[in-house]
Design a protein around this ligand. Structure first.
Ligand SMILES: [Zn+2]
Length: 125
């Protein structure tokens, strides 16, 4: 066999290998896409089930532990957000959720009247 025939065979094999790799990558990517879609539906089922529990106060007993876990995390998030607001010296309007300076009495966005003036921040002077 001529030298160039051998080279050509090698190139054909390499090319076949390359298209196999490309096809494998494409299929793996499609599988990942399908699995992600399944996970998203699972997530939606969980979210819907939790929202029904919050709205009605009742739900499948098997899930009550999960619901309590979520409620615990939500409480922690609220606590941390409050801490952030304190750090940034702001408060959230309970009506429109706009971030407002701590000292204002009325929301500049919706006009909501805040309950009572909050303690002023420590002076930097
Ligand atoms: Zn507001």
């Amino acid at each position: 066999m001529a030298f160039f025939d051998k080279v050509k065979q090698g190139l054909d094999a390499a090319s076949k290998k390359t298209s196999e790799v490309i096809e494998t990558t494409k299929i793996n990517s499609s599988i990942r896409g399908e699995k992600d879609a399944i996970e998203e539906v699972f997530r939606q089922i969980g979210k819907t089930t939790f929202e029904q529990y919050v709205a009605t106060g009742s739900g499948n007993e098997e899930y009550l532990g999960f619901f309590q876990t979520i409620l615990g995390h939500q409480a922690k998030v609220a606590e941390l957000e409050l801490k952030l607001d304190e750090l940034k010296n702001v408060k959230d309007c309970p009506n429109c959720h706009a971030e407002q300076p701590r000292e204002v009495l009325f929301c500049s966005k919706c006009g909501y009247r805040f309950e009572a003036p909050q303690t002023p921040p420590p002076s930097e002077e």
